[in-house]
Design a protein around this ligand. Structure first.
Ligand code: ZN
Length: 452
């Protein structure tokens, strides 16, 4: 026991040694610079808008704009510079579009950091795209979309999102829909950029061995003139319509591969920032329930023999990434060959109610807390982990939020865990999807019961 305490203290000390500068540029761009020992520098430029900000009938515009940014060059010469730089440094320019984030990131040997920032600033400051390359890129996006549409899991995910978020843009595909993508023009991209790629909607993260003040000076030089948009429509932290009557959703499907029924149940949760303590508690609950040793899983798998597999997930910001549903508590189960989907749902509901009544045990809570603690210390201590984490959670979170996690985790006791669990899980799933065969045509349809 004593050993554990000592170990924890050492870890806390180590994590606080991470050398961080968190500030803003003169035009308001948020900046986080993390000192790192090795001579590789990583840079991420994050725009706090993604698919959620797509205009009406222009689903996929944020994603298309991300693509266009790779063609968005002042002139042909710059294009040559871009590819020359990639060849010379081995830099791998990467980007992704999420619901509330579009992020551009790359890493180079530190001696090229200045060149990298210069090149990046050119496409942010002097974006220009030829009509012809805009059309070519549109076809690239359409091909990407075709590829997604071949995945059952993508279609299923879209079905779930449109069922859960009937009233806002989360219902739409991040990649868009072919007919809408086909209508995109250069003017659409320019307009989207003008609205969203603005100083008060940006964050730059640099992890480097170069002196922090030197980097800050460079960032002000290269990015300090990006204008603000005082009419910026901020995209929500994540879930805005959490109180919308359809608080949860069930999808049932039949897998032709295994011949078994699969059931997914979804409960909408508030965003991490709305109530960090509650959301960390729900993540703990999800981790306990997913453990095969937990009574919930054990009863369904071993005692009742209705399920062969149970998975429980809760994506707080800690897991937010492209393609991940924002703030959902998910129970996924696969039936045994003897059990149909309806019976499986019924049994899950019964066991869930038993768990709500009985609550989790102190030991279960402690085991997960220890696991989370170790995972988090590991994250805190490694500058690249911090980098990856902060890219994924978007521009609204600070390094402080990241550090706070351990403190909040410590505050959660068994009474708090059980009360929070009861609060969110007592809402019964009220929209039932119909049996969905994973068909060759990939036709995904489900009935969404309209909630009065
Ligand atoms: Zn893409």
């Amino acid at each position: 026991m004593k050993f554990l305490v000592v170990l924890v203290l050492i870890l806390v000390n180590m994590s606080s040694k991470l050398d961080v500068l968190e500030t803003r540029l003169k035009n308001g761009v948020k900046v986080l610079i993390v000192k790192k020992d090795s001579p590789i520098s990583a840079v991420a430029i994050i725009v706090g808008s993604g698919a959620f900000s797509d205009p009406f009938k222009k689903s996929g515009l944020a994603h298309y704009t991300e693509h266009a940014m790779f063609k968005g060059l002042k002139d042909a010469e710059h294009g040559a510079e871009f590819s020359k730089f990639t060849k010379m440094t081995g830099a791998n320019f990467n980007a992704f579009t999420g619901y509330n984030t579009t992020a551009f990131h790359t890493a180079v040997p530190s001696e090229y950091l200045d060149d990298l920032l210069k090149i990046e600033s050119q496409r942010f400051n002097h974006f220009f795209i030829e009509k012809e390359s805009a059309l070519t890129e549109r076809n690239v996006v359409l091909e990407e979309l075709k590829m997604y549409n071949n995945y059952d899991s993508y279609l299923l995910f879209q079905d779930i999102m449109s069922g859960l978020y009937a009233k806002n843009n989360y219902r739409n595909s991040i990649a868009g829909y072919a007919d809408e993508v086909n209508s995109f023009t250069v003017a659409d991209v320019v307009k989207f950029r003008k609205r969203n790629y603005v100083a008060n909607n940006m964050k730059i993260i640099v992890v480097s061995n170069v002196d922090k003040d030197v980097i800050l000076k460079k960032l002000n030089h290269y990015f300090g003139k990006i204008r603000k948009n005082k009419y910026l429509k901020k995209s929500p932290d994540t879930t805005v319509d959490v109180d919308y009557p359809r608080s949860s959703y069930i999808v049932k499907r039949y897998s032709s591969q295994t011949g078994l029924n699969e059931v997914s149940m979804f409960w909408k949760m508030p965003s991490y920032n709305t109530n960090k303590k509650e959301m960390i508690a729900m993540s703990i609950a999800a981790s306990i329930m997913g453990d095969k040793a937990c009574t919930f899983a054990k009863t369904l798998i071993k005692d009742k023999q209705v399920a062969t597999n149970i998975q429980t997930l809760h994506n707080t910001t800690y897991a937010t990434n492209e393609g991940c549903p924002p703030n959902l508590f998910v129970i996924e189960a696969t039936s045994t060959s003897k059990c149909n989907a309806d019976d499986l749902v019924k049994n899950i509901k019964t066991e869930l109610q038993n768990l709500i009544n009985k609550g989790f045990s102190k030991d279960e809570l402690q085991a997960i807390k220890d696991e989370f603690k170790i995972r988090n210390y590991y994250r805190e201590d490694n500058s690249m982990n911090v980098f990856n984490f902060l890219i994924n959670i978007g521009i609204n979170y600070s390094y402080q939020d990241f550090l706070e996690y351990s403190e909040i985790l410590e505050e959660i006791d068994i009474a708090y865990l059980n009360t929070t669990f009861k609060k969110y899980m007592s809402r019964t799933p009220d929209a039932i999807g119909k049996m969905m065969p994973l068909s060759a045509q990939h036709e995904v349809k489900s009935e969404k019961n309209n909630v009065k």
